[in-house]
Design a binder for this molecule. Structure first.
Ligand SMILES: [Zn+2]
Length: 201
């Protein structure tokens, strides 16, 4: 998932105005940040094994929770940040394919196969989150701005267009084995070919 995560962080900030929006945004994409670091470092992280699967995601949640609580001096920020890290997972199971734990099947609806569908799923999420935050009356000015939501929709559209016409891959891949995307006819809710090395979000 891409901008849908941002919408969830916006919604969380609308619920708790004392939380740091910056940290909530970091938390909502934290497993993907780990993915990028692994990819750029040349570390093979198939199916989010070291970023999205247990126990790695629990370590990421604790790290982000501790860092945000300490920096923001705010326990609300810390607990919301930890929650957002864990909430990242079910949302990614909609869009991508992920290991649940080392050795588990790779699961996910993998709607990235249909970038237009991904756009239709994610844009309402980010618009709803932005709208709720804007209506809360305590949003940072930049977050409530129309420019912000237009930019986020443009980012979502450009990534989906890239997925459709250029590559399904949205992250750097540190695996030496060429990534292999599943065929169109895989069972949509449970992909069990564990030998495939994937690098989808
Ligand atoms: Zn992710």
């Amino acid at each position: 998932m891409i901008t849908g995560h941002i919408g969830v962080a916006f919604g969380a900030r609308a619920m708790r105005s004392t939380a740091s929006l910056g940290w909530l945004l970091v938390a909502t994409v934290a497993p993907d940040i780990v993915d990028f670091i692994a990819g750029f470092s040349g570390i093979c992280n198939p199916g989010g094994l070291y970023s999205h699967a247990f126990p790695a995601v629990a370590i990421v949640a604790l790290a982000v929770g501790a860092a945000s609580g300490w920096q923001a001096r705010n326990s609300t920020t810390a607990f919301l940040a930890m929650g957002l890290v864990f909430l990242h997972l079910p949302l990614d199971y909609i869009t991508g394919l992920k290991y649940l734990w080392p050795g588990s099947p790779i699961v996910g609806l993998y709607i990235y196969r249909w970038p237009a569908l991904d756009f239709v799923v994610e844009v309402p999420m980010v618009v709803a989150g932005w709208w709720i935050l804007r209506r809360s009356g305590n949003a940072p000015k930049w977050a409530a701005s129309v420019v912000t939501i237009v930019l986020l929709i443009a980012i979502q559209a450009s990534l989906n267009i890239t997925q459709q016409f250029v590559t399904r891959r949205t992250k750097p891949n540190g695996c030496s084995v060429a990534s292999q995307l599943p065929e169109q006819n895989v069972v949509p809710h449970l992909y069990t070919a564990k030998h495939h090395v994937l690098s989808v979000v």
